[in-house]
Design a protein around this ligand. Structure first.
Ligand code: DAH
Length: 337
């Protein structure tokens, strides 16, 4: 038995040291319940009482030697596997990454957001209205009755006799005053429609921002201060504004508002066509008829309103000479902003 045990040990030592994988199989083979060592020990019964302790001790020693060898081998193999994976899965974090292609906002969206931010900064709220609008809101409630000549200024897309695509953002003034009591301080950005053929300065769809302030004691001075602040933030600290008398049916008095040319500062250049001034918006004091139509008493309240074209601002700021560029979605153009 002694020899058998020695033989098992030698075999096991050799098998373990040359093992490439699966040392667990060797554990089963030599030490398992049906393993070689166990089956030798089963024969212990045939030994004499004097031999048994010595053989037993030897068997136990061999068992623990084999166990230790297997454990050592298993640890070595785990280490080697770890080494291999570290080598193979090495990441070079200094390799330059692939550049992700990131899109940008359209210059019209950027300008609209900038306009919103400026007026929100002055305490305005944003109001919205429908693009498919009633004639009533787009015209009648704005002091433009059915046969009013001012309707000719705006070639309107009619859907039915009473429903149209709004030709201006001004109807949002009326919708707001119908819903809300003063103090009112809103801007309303959005799309408007006119049946103009597309050319360098016209488009059947374009964008406006409407402004409306109604409260007790609102004067033209408030309008001027608000627009001056806006112009300075939008076009630069040195910008000046000027009012020219004009006519809009929904304001009285009405004005067209110019800013000093932000390229030449007012001396006259190509952008301002030598004028030194650039027209940017229409404005005025809300007409009493408009207030009255919304059940706001013009003897108690007054207000100012203004409306500007977003395309015009974008074209001026970026020196774009053809409005069509803003709608063609040519990435060579858009990626410049
Ligand atoms: N709605 C006018 C237009 O489309 C612009 C405008 C002028 C709006 C004067 C106003 C205003 O609110 O007071 O031409």
């Amino acid at each position: 038995m002694r020899e058998q045990l020695q033989k098992i040990k030698e075999e096991a030592v050799a098998a373990i040291s040359s093992a490439q994988a699966d040392v667990e199989a060797l554990r089963v083979k030599y030490l398992g319940k049906k393993g070689e060592l166990t089956s030798v020990l089963r024969q212990m019964g045939s030994l004499s009482a004097e031999e048994r302790p010595a053989i037993g001790q030897l068997a136990n020693e061999i068992r623990s030697q084999i166990e230790a060898l297997i454990e050592k081998k298993a640890a070595e193999m785990r280490g080697a596997e770890m080494e291999r994976r570290l080598r193979e899965e090495k990441l070079d974090v200094t390799v330059p990454g692939r550049r992700a292609h990131v899109g940008k906002s359209h210059p019209l969206s950027v300008a609209q957001r900038e306009l919103e931010d400026i007026f929100i900064g002055m305490g305005f709220e944003i109001a919205e209205g429908p693009e498919v609008e009633y004639d009533y809101y787009n015209f009648q409630a704005l002091n433009i009755p059915k046969d009013h000549p001012a309707r000719d200024m705006q070639d309107t897309f009619y859907i039915t006799d009473n429903i149209l695509l709004r030709s201006q953002t001004s109807p949002v003034q009326v919708r707001t005053m119908e819903k809300k009591r003063p103090p009112i301080k809103i801007i309303s950005p959005g799309r408007v429609y006119r049946s103009d053929p597309m050319d360098a300065t016209h488009s059947p769809v374009f964008h406006q921002v409407e402004g409306l302030v109604v409260d007790r004691g609102i004067t033209m001075g408030d309008l001027k201060g608000t627009l001056e602040q806006f112009a300075k933030t939008m076009f630069g600290e040195n910008t000046r504004i000027r009012f020219r008398p004009h006519h809009f049916p929904f304001t009285e008095p009405s004005a067209e508002v110019d800013v000093s040319c932000f390229v030449c500062g007012g001396k006259g250049c190509r952008l301002c066509k030598g004028e030194g001034w650039i027209e940017i918006l229409g404005a005025g004091m809300v007409h009493p008829n408009v207030l009255r139509g919304c059940d706001i008493d013009p003897d108690e309240y007054s207000g100012f309103a203004f409306g500007l074209g977003v395309e015009r601002i974008v074209m001026l700021k970026h020196h774009i000479d053809d409005m069509r560029l803003l709608y063609e979605n040519d990435l060579r153009f858009l990626s410049q902003f």
